[in-house]
Design a binder for this molecule. Sequence first.
Ligand code: NAD
Ligand code: IPM
Ligand code: MN
Length: 366
Amino acid sequence: IKKFKLAILAGDGIGPEVMEEGIKILEVIKKKFMLKLDIKEYLVGGVAIDKFGTALPKSTIDGCLNADAVLFGSVGGDKWKHLPVEQQPERAALLPLRKILNLFVNIRSSKLYSSLSHLSPLKSKIVNNGFDILCVRELIGGIYYGIPKGQKMDNYKRRYAVDTSIYYEEEITRIANFAFEIATFRRKKVTSVDKANVLETSILWREVVNKVAKKYPEISLNHLYVDNASMQIIKNPMDFDVILCPNLFGDILSDECGMITGSIGMLPSASLNKSKFGLYEPAGGSAPDISGKNIANPIALILSISMLFKYSFEQLNIADAIESSVINVLKDGYRTFDILTTNTNEKLLSTSSMGSKISDYLKHEE
Ligand code: NAD
Ligand code: IPM
Ligand code: MN
């Protein structure tokens, strides 16, 4: 019998709502595949501020370090926006957690499922069911983490703010290696995104990516400036396979790619380090506009669980079974509000009934 330790951090807003559905899926998996899953829950984000006065308590960090993988909901919300920014959930919990766990890779896979192809904001002659982009985002460097950072006063008492964009050669090498490696299992195409016509970090980025590319002669590589990339992705989405990005550009372009598949509520993500350890979370946030209503789409979280079984636990059959049950539920017309249209075969489900529906399908999945 296989044993895995999983830390669960539901967080704020819709985080706990979609996590409840993820737990239903995990319960089915335990029974169906006879796994021993040792699940422990920890507080993170605003709820941890409320209870412990800090967004990332030591008990939560230790829980993550002791686990084989982490499943994360989302953090942040209006309730904590009055705090100094370095105490808010995003800056005080999510960013340090990624750094502590050394999660330098973030992958976000955007696929257009055939039963949702009408949902893409792009015309059907531009995007079709073959649409499948993998965003590979550098996650613990660049302008997110560079020092100095903050608001200051100059000698003339003028207020200013500074963020520092910095990349070490090694940081670029390791994320580029990952992108090329994963492209060998796909359509063998890497598009590297930068702003090398302006930014020094981007000039280094491009140089290092070219150097790494030499080790992968079977992979085709092209470079795009980020402004052009954001345009080409909606002009010719089918031309892309792996998109390799520095931290900030990857954050932005992955939301764009996700939306092409119909809703950010469908977009899962995996953050990985050198070993098989990973943190898995929906790419979207705590969605304060819809939280507390039991209407959020739990599919991004459920597909994140599929990624978890693929990349950390290396149980491909389980990963595939989860994805297939999502695909089949969609095929049968079940929808949360964000992916609902006026097609007559569609049936609107709440967050919890979507989770139950996918669990039922998973029970009966071959
Ligand atoms: P958001 O992703 O929370 O919401 C953007 C839009 O997408 C909203 O209209 C929301 O309702 C919708 N949406 C998101 N997830 C959905 C789902 N599962 N089902 C249906 N609709 C969904 O982004 P935002 O509004 O810019 O940020 C809100 C808060 O979340 C902020 O505090 C932000 O910092 C935080 N945030 C956290 C994470 C994270 O924890 N990983 C990621 C992004 C944003
Ligand atoms: C994401 C989020 C985070 C990021 C925020 C909440 C810090 O937008 O995971 O995409 O920018 O990385
Ligand atoms: Mn984001």
